[in-house]
Design a protein around this ligand. Structure first.
Ligand code: PLP
Length: 370
């Protein structure tokens, strides 16, 4: 029996042409604002660079295969989120966002959508499984949440929200489509800030949206065309190139994260650890059933702001930075932004592609200095 390859193996060449004798494995980015267009307008031809470009098409076809739905690329994760919200909500609609999720999505809604009559409700991720979704037109939720890594049951929530006529969108940035498949679990929309793990090299800002229904993706694609939120061909090509190594990077990052989370959990100077792969973590049961990976983000608490800052300074392989999902391990004292309701000693740690023994040694020697 021929066996269907996994999405992980398909991701190596997804959206790229099949190898042909004498031809390059990969096509380069195509730089064009205008395309030759003669006679009547051919709707299937490229016309103008804001409407469609071949470099987008290749990446969108690859991502569509991996997400399981029509995909639209964007110049950032925020433009992907803005595209979903602005194109699908109308005056009087109610949007549900997590109170502990990515804060700029709430700020965008408060500043630019509420004034046009959209109503905003927020909810802590821990309460989503027991929430009554009647009256919610669109929920844009994150599981695991970032930075505290709470989870909810996507399948259960999708069933509830569909019953009352609403739509479910999942911000899948923290796991990517190789770590969790929101569309297969019943969500209508999956979005990702590809700035993080999908590109993974800390050199491109990018995003995408995937939809189960063509009616939804048509609206979002049209918003991109008329708002002009378009990615350049070079960034698009870099993300597509990075896609080939996403699986191998994620495997290394998540394996190391598991080992590091265990070492932190056992450490006397660490007050508490959140990692969905630890069997006693509140997120473990859901993560085990709906995720393919436990992820590469760990949040842990030290005694104080001063201890957290000293820890970060004492690491040599871990760079202090916001953002996550890159090949370099990065960490930050999350409360420094003042946007999340988080204890002052909490460190959000994004495990990179260093060797596990080197990274764990580095973190343990930094803790020893506290
Ligand atoms: C980073 C991030 C975004 C926004 O992505 P940008 O590319 O920075 O615009 C959205 N959602 C989550 C969960 C993120 O981590």
């Amino acid at each position: 029996m021929p066996r269907k390859p996994s999405l992980a193996s398909l991701s190596i060449n997804a959206g790229a042409p099949l190898p042909e004798n004498g031809r390059a494995f990969r096509h380069g980015p195509e730089f064009a604002s205008t395309f030759h267009l003669s006679g009547d307008v051919d709707p299937n031809a490229y016309q103008y660079g804001r409407f469609g470009q071949p470099t987008w098409t290749s990446l969108e076809q690859g991502l569509a295969q991996l997400e399981g739905g029509d995909t639209i690329v964007f110049p950032s994760g925020m433009s992907a989120a803005a595209g979903i919200l602005t194109s699908l909500l109308k005056p009087g609609d109610t949007i549900l966002l997590p109170s502990d999720g990515y804060a700029p999505v709430r700020f965008y809604t408060e500043q630019y959508l509420v004034k046009f009559g959209v109503k905003l409700k927020t909810i802590p991720t821990q309460e989503i499984d027991n929430f009554d979704f009647s009256g919610i037109d669109l929920a844009l939720l994150e599981t695991p949440s970032n930075p505290m890594l709470d989870t909810f049951d996507i399948q259960g929530v999708a069933a509830k929200i569909h019953k009352s006529g609403g739509l479910l969108a999942i911000d899948n940035t923290t796991l990517t489509f190789l770590g969790q498949q929101p569309l297969a679990l019943g969500a209508d929309i999956s979005m990702s800030a590809d700035t993080k793990a999908v590109n993974g090299h800390s050199d491109v800002v990018f995003g995408h949206v995937a939809c189960t229904s063509q009616a939804l993706s048509d609206k979002i694609r049209q918003w991109r065309k008329f708002s002009g939120n378009i990615p350049g061909p070079m960034e698009t090509w870099l993300v597509h190139r990075s896609l080939s190594t996403l699986d191998v990077r994620l495997q290394r990052m998540c394996d190391t994260a598991m080992l590091l989370a265990q070492a932190l959990y056992e450490h006397p100077k660490v007050k508490s650890v959140r990692y969905p792969g630890l069997p006693n973590d509140p997120s473990y049961n859901i993560a085990k059933t709906q995720q393919q990976l436990f992820g590469f983000i760990i949040s842990f608490e030290l005694d104080s702001k001063r201890k957290a800052d000293s820890f970060l300074k004492a690491c040599s392989l871990v760079y202090e930075a916001t953002s996550f999902g890159g090949v370099h391990s990065t960490a930050e004292r999350r409360a420094r932004w003042g946007t999340d309701n988080i204890a002052p000693g909490v460190v959000r740690f994004s495990v990179g592609c260093e060797r596990a023994d080197d990274l764990i040694y580095d973190v343990m020697q930094a803790l020893k200095q506290l």
